[in-house]
Design a protein around this ligand. Structure first.
Ligand SMILES: Nc1ncnc2c1ncn2[C@@H]1O[C@H](COP(=O)(O)OP(=O)(O)O)[C@@H](O)[C@H]1O
Ligand SMILES: [Mg+2]
Length: 307
């Protein structure tokens, strides 16, 4: 194991029920089956449920114990899942208020994730755009957005991308005038607000030229990945390409469309059988699709339209 090469994948999505936990679980198993040491972190502090996907009971110790304790390390709370090479840090479930961890608690978790001695860390994030969710997304090497092809889910995905991007900018922009400007445009819907990345770059360069250069770099470097889940038709699959185009046009952000997973009742059946689909039905179409997504994330591949 070479921890210097450790990769962190964060699985996010604007909306609940799109399949973030489903994909986190199955992608982690795929990585573990390929011989990688994997830590799966249940980062959905409001609705931690990853243990159910594995058919294991809620573990004795969870992320909330780690956060509260000065003795426990994150490694101490990683529990076996029954899948060789894959351990799970169960989500916070017993602490009121843990749904929105404080800045310091969150910093402790982030530092511990960076320190884990494994090949891959996969973080299953909660729905929505809470600050700790955005920060866990931004700390990853691969931020993977899960969306269903429905318009509501697509909208929420755009909202997530925009929020994550602005949070990133606020983190990297040190010039006080630029920070004040960013505060102002994220909190108001003024008609003078920049509408395209080019306008944003022009405005920020006007305040501070150096900040304008940083912004150009950050826009190019921010490349979230997109997985469409629960697709039912070829036109659902194409939604991924239109989302990619829209992101580029309206935010100047490159979205890498890394794959799609079909809607399949096996996903539900496997949860009832308390066994992840990739173990339950390894040769099913969905299991192949999940492995293809994993492959594309690892290889930095993305889909291109066939026509
Ligand atoms: N590709 C799929 N086909 C059928 N059902 C799915 C699929 N992906 C997820 N589901 C089902 O949708 C429900 C919500 O999935 P989950 O992963 O818990 O969502 P999230 O973590 O985004 O809230 C689960 O019951 C799951 O089995
Ligand atoms: Mg979930």
């Amino acid at each position: 194991m070479n921890t210097a090469k450790k990769r962190i994948w964060a699985i996010a999505g604007g909306k609940g029920g799109v399949g973030k936990s489903f994909l986190s679980t199955n992608l982690s198993i795929d990585l573990a089956q390929k011989g990688n040491e994997v830590a799966l972190i249940d980062g959905d502090f409001g609705g931690a449920n990853l243990h159910t996907f594995f058919g294991v009971n809620q573990t004795r110790v969870s992320i909330s114990d780690f956060i509260k304790s000065s003795q426990l390390s994150l490694d101490d709370i990683l529990m076996p899942t029954g899948v060789p090479n894959l351990r799970l840090a169960s989500g916070a479930h017993d602490v009121i208020g843990m749904a929105n961890p404080k800045q310091m608690q969150q910093a402790k978790l982030i530092k511990a994730i960076y320190g884990l001695r494994v090949d891959y860390v996969v973080i299953d994030l909660g729905a929505g755009i809470a600050p700790h969710t955005l920060d866990l997304f931004l700390m990853s090497n691969s931020g993977i957005l899960v969306s269903a092809p429905e318009p509501t889910s697509v909208e929420n995905t755009y909202r997530f991308i925009k929020s994550a991007f602005y949070r990133k900018l606020k983190n990297v922009m040190v010039h006080s005038g630029v920070r004040a400007f960013l505060e102002q445009i994220t909190e108001s819907k003024h008609e003078d607000n920049p509408r395209t990345p080019a306008e944003l770059i022009a405005k920020i360069s006007g305040i501070n030229a150096q900040a304008g250069e940083t912004l150009k770099y950050e826009i190019a470097a921010f490349k979230p990945k997109l997985v469409l889940n629960q697709v039912r038709t070829p036109s659902d699959v194409r939604v991924g390409f239109s989302m990619k185009q829209a992101c580029l046009k309206y935010f100047g952000i490159n979205l890498d469309y890394v794959g799609f997973v079909e809607f399949d009742n096996l996903a539900l059946q496997s949860i009832r059988a308390r066994q992840p689909v990739i173990l339950h039905s390894p040769e099913a179409v969905v299991s192949h699709s999940i492995r293809r997504v994993g492959h594309n994330v690892r290889q930095n591949y993305h889909l291109v339209p066939t026509t």
